[in-house]
Every structure is written in structure tokens, then in C-alpha cells.
Design a protein around this ligand. Structure first.
Ligand code: DQA
Length: 144
């Protein structure tokens, strides 16, 4: 059976495609999921794509990724990236490697986006490549 990569998306990413397209692009989360599924197939992986506006769901899913022996988690935590000690602790609590993903480059934006609780615990970060970043992160997960 193909190894699973969890792809977890946080607050407001359900509105991708409509939400500030000049920053986040016009692809929807479903568009991204479709391309990731194709790429995963090529890499001999499968993906489990989820989105929630609630911090606790993301914490639960990080734990689930470990209990399901996922190969890796790709995590775009949205604004929780910059605020969530609970996500930091959750990432530190599991052995599953977590790759932080952002569509935009938070370091080129407002100062309050420069701190990332996710980055402090993640294996690495891919940011600023728009929707392509998810595919780059999946490639990284496959080659790690
Ligand atoms: C984001 C960047 C965050 O700062 C922002 O709050 C988001 C999206 C990104 O993918 O660029 O919701 O994670």
C-alpha cells in the first residue's frame, strides 16, 4: 500500500481562489488537491488532504498522522502559524516529519507574519511559490 502524506490546511484556506487572489493566487484547495494526487501517484505515495478553521482539529490530525504512520505532514497552518503554541507542541510531540508550506512568502510581508511557531518545530519550510509550493513539499517528503 502507498505511504500516506497528510496535507493539513488551517484557517481561511477553504476560501483559496476567492481570498485575496493577488496574494494567494486563483487556484482553489480542490485544484491543489487534484495536482497533488497526480504527483503523489507518480511518486508512489497517496495524500490525505484536510482543511479546518479550528486549531484543535489540526492538533488532532497531527497526532493522527503519527498513529497512521504517515510518511510526512505538509502543513499550511494559515494565520495559526504565527500564534499557535499548541501547533508547535503538537509538531514536537510526534516523530512524523512536518514540512511547513505557505503560498505567499511571510517574510516579505507584515512584521507580524515573520514569526512562525510551525517553523520552530518543522523539518523545513517552503514558502513564496504559490500553489506550486505544495508539490515541491511533496517532492521533498518523497525524497527525505
Ligand atoms: C499563509 C500565510 C499566512 O500568514 C496567512 O495568515 C495565511 C496564508 C500562506 O499560505 O501564504 O492564511 O499561510
Amino acid at each position: 500500500m502507498a505511504e500516506i502524506v497528510y496535507v493539513l490546511n488551517g484557517p481561511n484556506l477553504n476560501l483559496l481562489g476567492l481570498r485575496e487572489p493577488e496574494i494567494y493566487g486563483t487556484d482553489t484547495l480542490d485544484d491543489i488537491a487534484g495536482r497533488l494526487e497526480d504527483r503523489a501517484r507518480t511518486l508512489g505515495l497517496s495524500i490525505e488532504m484536510r482543511q479546518s478553521n479550528h486549531e484543535g482539529h489540526l492538533v488532532d490530525w497531527l497526532h493522527e498522522a503519527q498513529s497512521e504512520s504517515a510518511r510526512a505532514v505538509l502543513l499550511n497552518a494559515g494565520a495559526l502559524t504565527h500564534t499557535s503554541l499548541a501547533l508547535y507542541d503538537a509538531i514536537r510531540s510526534i516523530r512524523t516529519p512536518v514540512i511547513e508550506v505557505h503560498l505567499s512568502n511571510p517574510h516579505a510581508r507584515e512584521a507580524y507574519r515573520h514569526k512562525s511557531f510551525v517553523a520552530m518545530a518543522a523539518k523545513g519550510t517552503i514558502a513564496g511559490f504559490g500553489a506550486l509550493g505544495y508539490e515541491l513539499a511533496l517532492d521533498a517528503a518523497a525524497r527525505m
